[in-house]
Structure formats: structure tokens, C-alpha cells
Design a protein around this ligand. Sequence first.
Ligand SMILES: [Fe+2]
Ligand SMILES: [Fe+2]
Length: 197
Amino acid sequence: MASTKKSTKTKTSSTKARSTSRSSSSRSMDATMFLKKEHDTVEELMARFKKTTAPKQRMNLSHRICNELTVHALMEERSFYPEMRRVPEVADLVKEGLEEHGKVKQLIAQIEPMEPSNARFDSLMQQLEKDVKHHVTEEEQEMFPKVKKACERDYLMQLTKTLKQTKTAIKKEMKEGLMPGERRVREDVAMEERARR
Ligand SMILES: [Fe+2]
Ligand SMILES: [Fe+2]
């Protein structure tokens, strides 16, 4: 469950713990930093895709982009959004995020089986880039600052470990072909959201 700063008994001890962990583990990332790093990877791949003209390379890059996005979205839906929906400051942004994941997944489902020679390939990839950029901007500029403000640093550091474990599990499932209906927004998450409205 999300550990918010409001639940901390003393602000002094929390601040102290924060500065200690920063100096002792500068290589560690909190969950928002970890997710941002993943966003940067996709952004780099998209930039490479736009510069590439060889059809085979374009197809390989588009597959990599779709794969990275699928794993990232599932990881957020399994281990980040369910935690963040308990943080009142970002609960609405989680709802919006899930809807945007749904749109991105629909685009991925159209792009993945397509050859770059298909007349719609370029416009779908452009739409994907536009939608992902919009979603990432919202997460990084609206959601993450609120998360950092509302949640304890130790909790967010721990959440990174959970996200990494979830990512490993998802990759294994995808490799084994055990991908359930999560190419859509997870139905259990979506149902919970509908029940809340
Ligand atoms: Fe994200
Ligand atoms: Fe997301």
C-alpha cells in the first residue's frame, strides 16, 4: 500500500532518512526516476525510427518500440497505478493514464502486424509518437511531482524494486507466449475504475 508523507509521525526523521539514503545510494532510483528512464529509452528509439529509411530497420525499430511500450504499460498497470490510485492527489491522473494506455495499446495492435510498406504504417507510427508524448508529459510533469511530494522516498525506492520484478515477470510471460488480455488495459483494473465512477 502507498506510504504517504501524511502517515509519517515525525517530519524530522523522514527528512533525515531521505538525505542519508541519497548520499549512500546515489545510483538508486525512486520509482518516478525509474519510469522516466524508461520513457527516455522509448523517446530515443522513436528518434532513431524517424531517421531510419531502410524498411527492415524501420520494422525492427517499430517492433522494439511497441514491445518496450507494451512492457512499460503493463508494468505500470500491475505495480504502479494500483499503488498510486490510493494516493488522493493523483487518483484522477491514474484514471486518465489508464484511458491513455488503452489508446496506445489499440495503436500497437494495429502497427505490430503491419509491414512498413503499408500505406497506413507511417501515419500510425506518427499517431503513436504523438499519443505517447502526450501521456509521458502528463506522467512526468503532473503525476510524478505530486507522487514525489505525497509519498515517502523510502517507499518510492522500494517501489522501484517491485517495478523491476514485475518487468522481469512480464518479459518472461511474453517470451513464453503467456500474455493474457493485458494487451488491453487490465480488465480487473478497468472494472474497478468503472465501479468508482
Ligand atoms: Fe510511463
Ligand atoms: Fe503510463
